[in-house]
Design a protein around this ligand. Structure first.
Ligand SMILES: [Zn+2]
Length: 240
């Protein structure tokens, strides 16, 4: 019963993430006006706003002008629902769950925006860092956030110097701060290494096309967060 409630909350949060993903890069107000079709601007009725259900019953088209609605909408809702379910499975319900659910929801929104624009808004990034460091081990989380952000900034200076072009984005440095606070050390380092591995194949396939990096950082952060025991054992083997 509780899981069903978590799942439905996840779908609803995913629906709100879609609003953030659509409106923040356009610098629109995220609360007003009410949801409308971006094409015909017709205001949506409440039954056009039910996560997942509306997209399916409308067959992926605007109810008024029949413009196709991006599959991004149900996809983000589904992913958020799944995200909430796995976090609940790991943490149970409590403050830690709420904090993790917010941070990973923000990382999902940042991933989608990076995917669309190859840039991420500071507002969501700074919100993720703030929520990630507020936890019982605040000082440690804050130190790890600074360490990771500093390390990433340094890496960026070196890469940019040797590649003779701007390497990585400032957004990646802020994501690294969130990773440090969420995963600690050495977990955050495992996640960065894993993200590079995950990004390798898409980068090769894309050849000269740009590949957004934030989705891989976010995915790797989630994997290391969920399987921290496995990575701790791996670390113990490496250091033994
Ligand atoms: Zn329309």
């Amino acid at each position: 019963m509780e899981l069903l409630f978590i799942l439905v909350t996840g779908l609803a949060v995913g629906s709100f993430l879609n609003v953030l993903i659509y409106r923040i890069p356009l610098e629109e107000n995220i609360a007003f006006p009410a949801s409308h079709c971006p094409k015909c601007e017709h205001k949506l009725a409440w039954w056009h706003n039910i996560p997942l259900v509306s997209w399916v019953t409308l067959k992926g088209k605007c109810a008024f002008c029949k413009t196709p609605i991006s599959v991004q909408y149900p996809l983000v809702e589904l992913i958020t629902g799944g995200l909430f379910a796995v976090l609940y499975y790991k943490l149970g319900f409590g403050l830690e769950f709420i904090s993790a659910a917010i941070v990973f929801s923000l990382l999902l929104a940042l991933s989608m925006i990076d995917f669309k624009y190859f840039a991420v808004p500071d507002s969501l990034n700074l919100a993720a860092i703030a929520v990630a460091v507020v936890q019982p081990e605040f000082v440690e989380a804050f130190q790890n956030a600074l360490l990771l952000a500093g390390g990433f900034a340094l890496l960026r200076f070196y890469l940019s110097y040797f590649l003779k072009k701007e390497a990585m984005g400032e957004g990646d440095i802020m994501i690294a701060a969130t990773m440090g606070a969420m995963l600690g050390l050495p977990g955050a380092l495992y996640a960065i290494f894993l993200s590079a591995l995950l990004a390798m194949l898409p980068s090769l396939l894309a050849r000269d096309n740009k590949v957004p990096f934030v989705p891989f950082l976010a995915l790797a952060t989630l994997i290391v967060y969920l399987f921290e025991d496995f990575f701790a054992q791996l670390g113990a083997l490496l250091y033994a």
